[in-house]
Design a protein around this ligand. Sequence first.
Ligand code: NAP
Ligand code: MG
Length: 496
Amino acid sequence: MIDKASQTTRDAIAAGFPLLIGGRETPGHAGRTMASTDPATGEVIAEFALGDAEDVGEAVAAAKAAFHGPWSRLSNMQRADLLRSLSRKIAENAVLLAELEVLDNGMPRMLADQIVGNCVHLFEYYAGWAERIEGTTTEAPPHVLAQGEALTYTLREPVGVVGLIVPWNVPLSMACLKLAPALAAGCTTVLKPAEETPLSAVVLGRLIKEAGFPDGVVNVVNGLGAEAGAALVAHPDLSKIAFTGSTEVGKMIARECTDSLKKVSLELGGKSPVVVFPDVDLAKAIPGVAMATFFLQGQNCMAGTRIFVHRDIYEPLLAGLAEFTANMQMGHGLEAGTMLGPLVSAKQQQRVMEYVEDGKSCGARLIVGGEAWQGPGNFVRPTIFADVDPSMRIVREEIFGPVMAVQPFDTDDLDEIAAMANDSPYGLSGSVWTRDLSNAHRMVSRIRSGHVSINCHGAVASNIPFGGYKQSGWGREFGREGMDLYLETKAVTVAL
Ligand code: NAP
Ligand code: MG
């Protein structure tokens, strides 16, 4: 399928995927490599350099030197200019970045195009916040004022050198949504992409250099989580780790950072509820609910995978979902019309199929799907189980694949419905579907999640804070709150 990609993308693949440390391209001191494959075909796309603890050490040293060196001397406005220049570079290289995402991750091309567009906007958006970094003034303490006039104000300063660890489900987007606010705040960074999707981050790193950022401000070290990732988390010269990934690894990172008290922000897993009331507009709810689960093949932390439907419309909604799902075109992301790509790896396919088999054996009613696609690639047919109950693993655990679990409810009591929706250790996203806006808002206030939508699902954008309640994470990315993750506040008092 690489031959279906543009010449620019083929040239970029031929240029290779080294580590980017201190403005240099390097194979890493041990010269180790690993293959990245196209999950739709199993074809090897490229070998990439695999960094280890020593390479991470070099990258942190470069980031530290940049933090105390040229980067710290730039004004907020100058950093904003660099962010805008990077935004333009991403726009100019949109086809290359989108095609790499499709080849490396498997996502459909139309989605990859949207995601690259979002990344263009993210740097533009956070350039605006770099220009708006501001402190406050307040009254000086009485014991200082007792001696004469005085002034107290606050400064917002960058947290320092930060380690960014990201997953494979939306690789470019995950890297950009951490880099944009970190750079706007004045931090320097070491980025560790996921081993399944190492490619776009290297191209992004090259664009960052072309955009004019000083060497060492962004270092890209591909590598294994247990090696490069763990070395980053353990490194004493980092002030913060920003992590997106599984709740399991997130907890481990939080524990690791306890001794050094590094700042930690975590975007973790989800098992988000979708509540459908009987007055809903079915023609809109059917595609909306289906895509809440199947967007990105369900490899999406926001995925709405626990569907609660009022008994009055339970069977009509199931029939509509089954029809919509059966008509979704599955295939290679570079083929026109593809709505569903493969899962990222054979391991992920196997994991998802174990959940599908578990759903069948525990008595859930299989409505559609329920099998892997025969042939090359890690495809799983979008699968809907009905009549599930809250004790089933397919209802309790994050599957991170195209598996929907639907159950009816008979009550009109919002507290009872909310108790079902909130019966999960996660609290990332959710949606409510109804024409009754008063009921919708009452329901939203009862759902324990960081991000809830009404008559749509997973409405994320640069300006909308995103993050988890409960075990879905710590902190909010995007929006103004995304800046706060990378800024310290310093209070200053001057006795005049
Ligand atoms: P993961 O295994 O937790 O990996 C995420 C990242 O952490 C990867 O770069 C991984 O490297 C690295 N890593 C693994 N072990 C590490 C360690 N001991 N120390 C430091 N870094 C380590 O998650 P995943 O399987 O890639 O992604 C799926 C999960 O991410 C799902 O649970 C999903 O819900 C969550 N997710 C959450 C959000 C959100 O915004 N809340 C967004 C996307 C995904 P390797 O690639 O080498 O393993
Ligand atoms: Mg890959």
